[in-house]
Design a protein around this ligand. Structure first.
Ligand code: TMP
Length: 213
């Protein structure tokens, strides 16, 4: 029996790891092969996602102290609404969905301040993706990339921007990759995100071609 084509694709990694850039580039390449593609992200553009982003735009040195459990619930609530409103209809319509961040972001980021088992529990209703690309990158490299991006744009500082936090997040993603197989997590694909944009794109695209897209 042949494997069904992977159509719900997720990009995960620390800030500066390149998930947003690759989401865009891979979408273009898939469209060039004739696929119909939806590009989306979380927090989503919907009402709960917008509220979540507003609460995230905090100076990490002077946070407005949004309760971390409240934030975790908002990410999870946004996800279910995002699925219902955008992701599931697109999949039902036969399209490919590329999502910049999803459940694993909540596991890694919200487990900094909340009980990891509880974070998993509140995300249990979210459909598991067909493929999750986990961008593996040392925190220092991600921090340097974000700093140079900030120097060129007016992008806001966010709650998770401290170097110590980014190091914990990088370790969190590495742990998901290391433990994934033993936990029965399906279809996690490690991406070496320290390579060039072109090389990372090639690696991801090769994996998609290998899986029949
Ligand atoms: P972005 O930088 O990819 O736009 O994401 C915004 C921030 O939200 C980023 O620092 C990661 C964080 N985040 C979480 O903490 N939990 C989540 O579930 C998601 C989707 C994002």
């Amino acid at each position: 029996m042949t494997e069904p084509l992977p159509r719900f694709l997720v990009f995960e990694g620390i800030d500066g790891s390149g998930t947003t850039t690759q989401c865009r580039l891979i979408a273009e390449r898939l469209r060039a092969r004739g696929h119909r593609v939806v590009e989306t992200r979380e927090p989503s553009p919907g009402a709960v996602g917008r509220l979540t982003r507003e609460l995230l735009a905090d100076d990490p040195e002077r946070p407005r102290s949004v309760d971390p459990a409240c934030l975790a619930l908002l990410f999870a609530a946004d996800r279910l609404e995002h699925l219902r409103r955008e992701i599931l209809p697109a999949l039902d319509d036969g399209q490919i969905v590329l999502c910049d961040r999803y459940v694993v972001s909540s596991w890694v980021y919200q487990s900094l301040d909340c009980d990891p088992q509880w974070v998993r529990a509140i995300n249990r209703e979210a459909r598991w993706p067909d493929l999750t690309f986990v961008f593996d990158l040392p925190a220092e490299v991600g921090l340097a990339r974000v700093a140079s991006r900030r120097a060129q744009t007016d992008e806001a500082v966010e709650r998770f921007d401290l170097p110590a936090t980014q190091r914990r997040l990088a370790a969190g993603y590495a742990e998901v990759l290391a433990r994934g197989p033993s936990e029965g997590l399906r279809d996690l694909v490690r991406v070496d995100a320290s390579a060039s944009i072109e090389a990372v794109g090639e690696a991801i695209f090769a994996e998609l071609l290998r899986r029949g897209l």
